[in-house]
Design a protein around this ligand. Structure first.
Ligand code: HEC
Length: 110
């Protein structure tokens, strides 16, 4: 745990605030998230990136916990099963990578 905290702090020092977003975009694409979560458009099943960012507005910490498999889905719990295998992927990222994905998502706040 201590090691993780140090990594997070280092990440912040090196990249600062939401500057990790560019790395997050790469990961978001590489992990296949883009297949279901688009920058625009509306789907009843798959929330778009602006929708996710809106749901987690002011809850950056909670988004990190969600991507680490520690909290339940808040948006569409009825289709959370479709998302579960992908939380398994984000759980396996290191802490800085996971933060970069969260930062990328939060750039879509409107
Ligand atoms: C096969 C389609 C699919 C893929 C691929 C996918 N997701 Fe999802 N995702 C969903 C669905 C469906 C929901 C809505 C259900 C829910 O709220 O859990 C969702 C919801 C979410 C949410 C909101 C969770 C909440 O609190 O409700 C986040 C954040 C998210 N996805 C991130 C990601 C990331 C990051 C990846 C890539 C590692 C990814 N998704 C890949 C289908 C997908």
């Amino acid at each position: 745990m201590k090691k993780m905290a140090i990594l997070v702090i280092l990440g912040w020092m090196v990249f600062g605030g939401h500057a990790l977003a560019a790395e997050g975009e790469e990961l978001f694409k590489a992990e296949g998230c883009m297949r279901c979560h688009k920058a625009e458009g509306n789907s009843k099943i798959y929330p778009s990136l602006p929708e996710i960012a809106g749901a987690y507005k002011g809850k950056d910490e909670q988004l990190l916990h969600y991507l680490n498999g520690e909290t339940e889905a808040i948006m569409r719990p009825e289709s959370a099963g479709l998302m579960k295998p992908h939380v398994e992927k984000t759980r396996k990222l290191n802490v800085v990578e996971r933060k970069s994905v969260a930062d990328y998502i939060m750039t879509f706040i409107q």
